[in-house]
Write a protein that binds this ligand. Structure first.
Ligand code: 8YV
Length: 313
């Protein structure tokens, strides 16, 4: 039997590439010297795209593949996939929800502790030998403080569950009030920020949430407040964030996501009041293996004529 032709936009770890290449006829877009020529040469065969959240699939690529049936995304966020272009052609889209929720929540809590307790700075303090000369200046407590969660979806709820273990006073902002969540829902993000010591963004990216968090929010969070972003760089007005950090309008930020990753604004590199991560929320071996399995399971289901496991509607 002929293996279905799948265009793969960027590499996966070897434990995913191997089964993918065994099951499908794989076309590696990232290895092509001339992408347009490569796409044109294989366009009449390709029925599926396997992509990664950050690589997405734009309308041009969808338009160039007349037999495309499904896009399987390694990542929960589909903001880099042109869903309208896919829908217009009834092309199915799948993502990898649930399997990464707990790891992303872990990194949100890790960033909150890291920036408040200044753990990277403290690590450097010990290594430099400065500890022998004097004790390190004191830092900020996390437990018992007020936490505002922006976006009470799967990841927001997992962050709140963890924060409850730190006796934090949790409230949130969401598109709608969650009847299954006991925490108070704020009227606006500014209001949430005003009543938070830590503000964690977990909201989905995309046009609807672009620059949702801006200068007014940082002013409301205030000079004792910390901002954590494990969502998308796009949900923040990054110029306003950089200004708030440079002018000490907020106490600091823990950031896993940025605009223009990985070529992020270099002003972050020299800031003292940030802890930075290379978009690694889901970046554990365990979770990435589960994500890879789900990417393939959705492709398998599609080509077997079965119901998709995690279709994006
Ligand atoms: C990944 C993500 O960084 O799931 C998402 O939306 O942002 C991440 O898990 C990425 O998609 C993995 O390549």
């Amino acid at each position: 039997m002929n293996k279905p032709d799948v265009l793969v936009t960027g590499p996966y770890p070897p434990w995913d590439m191997e089964p993918l290449e065994a099951q499908f006829s794989v076309h590696k877009l990232w290895e092509a010297a001339d992408r347009s020529a490569f796409i044109a040469a294989h366009a009449d065969k390709i029925k599926a795209i396997a992509t990664r959240g950050e690589l997405g699939v734009n309308a041009d690529l969808i338009g160039a593949l007349p037999h495309l049936e499904i896009i399987s995304c390694y990542g929960v966020g589909t903001d880099a996939i042109d869903l309208n272009a896919a829908r217009a052609r009834m092309i199915k889209v799948t993502n990898t929800p649930d399997v990464l929720t707990e790891d992303v929540a872990d990194i949100a809590i890790g960033l909150m502790l890291s920036i408040a307790r200044q753990m990277p700075k403290a690590d450097a303090y010990v290594r430099s030998g400065n500890w022998r000369k004097a004790n390190m200046p004191l830092v900020t407590r996390v437990c018992g403080k007020r936490l505002g969660v922006i976006g009470m979806g799967r990841i927001g709820a997992a962050v709140a569950r963890r924060a409850a273990g730190f006796d934090m006073k949790i409230s949130y902002c969401n598109r709608y009030v969650r009847s299954d969540v006991a925490y108070p829902c704020a009227n606006s993000i500014v209001d949430l920020a005003r009543h938070s010591d830590f503000l964690i963004a977990t909201v989905a990216g995309g046009a609807a949430t672009a620059k949702l968090i801006g200068a007014e929010v940082f002013d409301a969070l205030g000079e004792q407040g910390f901002f954590i972003n494990v969502a998308r760089g796009s949900v923040v007005d990054e110029a306003a964030l950089i200004d708030a950090l440079n002018q000490n309008k907020i106490a600091g930020a823990g950031l896993d996501v940025f605009l223009n990753e990985p070529n992020i604004d270099e002003r972050f590199f020299t800031m003292e009041n940030v802890v930075l991560q290379p978009h690694h929320g889901s970046g554990t071996i365990e979770t990435r293996k589960a994500m890879g399995n789900l990417v393939r399971a959705n492709l398998d289901a599609h080509f077997a004529g079965q119901a998709l496991l995690t279709e994006v509607k």
